[in-house]
Design a protein around this ligand. Sequence first.
Ligand SMILES: Nc1nc2c(ncn2[C@@H]2O[C@H](COP(=O)(O)OP(=O)(O)OP(=O)(O)O)[C@@H](O)[C@H]2O)c(=O)[nH]1
Ligand SMILES: [Mg+2]
Length: 166
Amino acid sequence: MARKNRAMLIGSIGAGKSTLTNALLGREVEAVKTQALVYYDWIVDTPGEYTENPLFYKNIMATSLEVTHVLFLQDATRKKTIFPPGFSTGINKLPIGVVTKSDSENADIDSAVQQLKRVIPNGPIVISSSITGKGIQEIKDLVNCNTMLDMREYAETKQSELLIFV
Ligand SMILES: Nc1nc2c(ncn2[C@@H]2O[C@H](COP(=O)(O)OP(=O)(O)OP(=O)(O)O)[C@@H](O)[C@H]2O)c(=O)[nH]1
Ligand SMILES: [Mg+2]
């Protein structure tokens, strides 16, 4: 499918960025540790170090200029978020919050959603699993939206429990 919109994935080491990249693109390979920026079709996958170490924030900002959307991944099995509060407001691109690993028996989805609401004061949040495929279509559809209003209308029309609009 031809896409003009592009997404950059950010989040902690092991949050599931590369596994989600594969799920979004239908690639049947196992993710290995990401060492540098990787460009696949309409996705830019980043190393978790970019989000964990503020010294790399300038790289996130510079790379965001190449995309239309930034996906903020929060691992549902992690108690804490490594994103600073309001982080999405410092990046002038359409934000999408993504809760990853919702399939895990250790997942605390409500807590992950609460964490993301603090990171993304305005925007959609999708509850996902790259293993079961939950939320994958919703993420693709949101990346096809061109404005915050489009994303909001999509979330309202979809009426899915996997999709929250803050
Ligand atoms: N249960 C479950 N495990 C997942 C899911 N997505 C990723 N994982 C596991 O989480 C681990 C890390 O996944 P990666 O995709 O490599 O994480 P990453 O964010 O790319 O990590 P870095 O490249 O180091 O920043 C792997 O063992 C994956 O199998 C998921 O949806 N459910
Ligand atoms: Mg990776």
